[in-house]
Design a binder for this molecule. Sequence first.
Ligand code: SF4
Length: 675
Amino acid sequence: MAHKLTTCTFCGVGCGLYLETLGNQVVGVYPSMSHPTNRGRICVRGWHAHEVASSPDRLRSPLLRKNGQLQEVTWDEALGFIVTRLKEIRDRYGPDSLAFLNSPRCSNEESYLLQKLARAVIGTNNVDHGGGVYCNNSINVLLDMLGVAATTNSVGELSQSEVIFVDGVDLASQLPTIGGVVIRAKLHGAKLVVIDTRRHRIAEHANFFLQLKPGTEAMLYGAMAKVILDRGLMNLPFIMAHCRGYEAFLQNVRDYDLLAAAEGCGVRAELIEAAALAYAQARSAAILYSTGIEARDVETVEAIVNLALLTGQIGKEGAGIFALTEHNNLQGVCDMGMLPNRLPGYRLVTNDAARAEVEAVWKTKLPDVAGLTTRHLLAEQGHADLRAAWLCRYDPVRTAFLGDAAAMLQQCELVVVQHLFWTDTARFAHVVLPTTAFGEERVTFTSTERRIQLAEQVIDPLPGTLPAWQQLALVARGLGADWRYDSAADVMDEIGTVVPFYSGASYDNLAHEYGRQWPCTKDHPLGTRFLYSEGIPERAFTFRPAAGRPQAPAARWDYPLTLVFGHSMYYWHQNVMIQHSETLKREYRILLLDYPEGFVEISSDDAKRLGVRDGEKIRLHTICGSAVTAARVTPEMRSGTVFVPYFVRQVQQQIRGSMDNGVQSVPVRVEKEAD
Ligand code: SF4
């Protein structure tokens, strides 16, 4: 038997694990005891990570649509067809008639080459990743206020935090390894503050559980800032040395009223005060929030960063801001420039000097107008001029918030799908390209703590498949680009020349220890455990006062409850990797036995008032439509709030429909449905 250290590719924690191989088969998985993030622990998904590669459902040959049917063809025929059609469509309709979208599960190398193909070869900034709908708030605020779009500190440091805030992320089910670190820190004396509408497992361990009304998070953080200011607990030396915008922030917070905020948020004033004092008085305090579907709005992320700046909880061990990524490479795909308005390294496409830096490496002119987001391209009637879509490991037809994706893809003259498996989206493809799987290729991913890690090749690729990055390079060459990459390591070498904070991240360097946390530069090849550890530049940070003092959303008499969306344990069932792992598929089917057609969670109080019992049918009405589903009656929900798990797409599509990007809560009326 052989054993090789690699990286779990299920979620953004990026646990270190070993793959055990016998011949050309992965026969087992076990955790790395010394990996600094997971230290001997992995979750149920990690234990079965190897089953995906051996799934009998893998695609084994390129497919090309002929006479309306997808048929197996050679690689030469499939790639030749793509090259011809891309040229024709670009020449006939212009570069912005094409879009290049990927999943936040794609490797750094394939993400980098996909956006380079779009920008440097085709000439469009229509590039985006599937997590874009939810995570861009966080990216923009962190860049604006801290200058860095990432988690500031390391997961392992949470064991030294004196106070940990967990805001809106169900760690136990979504990022279990981090959940374990937080609970152990609590057991060793850290104070745990949980802020959420739902009482999930981590809330059971909290010193202070602030179960607030949805949409009032910014108000809650503003009230905490007011408490800190009133008690004189702000860190003035830190603020004066490192921050701008303090005066305007003071103006904004000065007339906050704790009691009014407590009423608006539905949280007792004493709890808000206790949480604020704990945070401000701690030597090191960290705030964890989600960049996934539960992601906070712009005002809330700004309020979180304001609180950290006010108390100087940045730039020291065990403190900081943790913008948690649930998908395994959401951080990496953003770093690589899979954003319609940002080039690799977060350079704005509209900034001439920034664009010129990338043009110098790629030796071509780049488009200077921001592209369209996934949502603009595929939802809300879509982009009428869209003629071709390239989808790398991405299945938008299964995405709840892109109700129009199927119709938009159907109108395209070319849809290219790269994937391991047949997907709902592949039904609309003109070409399907089978990719290699975890364990079959050597590529990198960047975890939620900025850790760039190798996922190692331990077995030969399935015959008939090719690495996605190689497919992209072959198409670019067919289109006349001089792309010469013999391996994914060559791609990473180029990434190092384009993305300054990856400049030291060669494969040779990443193969040591457990990858490197960016910034990983030639001068600092060992990487950076926490940001600003070598000193914070003067005036590096910026307070952002809310444009207007946040108000609690007004209740409507005709829609008296509030609907919120988010992940649940059941969501895993819909993950493409779970669906093709024999053990995990079985486990998650069992979870769904009680609610085979999905459910929404409703509080015991509301259920009693409506005369609804667990498992009974209820109808949800919003201004966009209505949907029927089963009620899961639970004391975990706050009264007045209804929760729709992400996996219940049918319900979301029917009731959320064309709502604006970033809307996280919706007024709703609930009625018992007659049998
Ligand atoms: S916590 Fe995430 S990275 Fe770690 S084993 Fe589980 S799925 Fe894999």
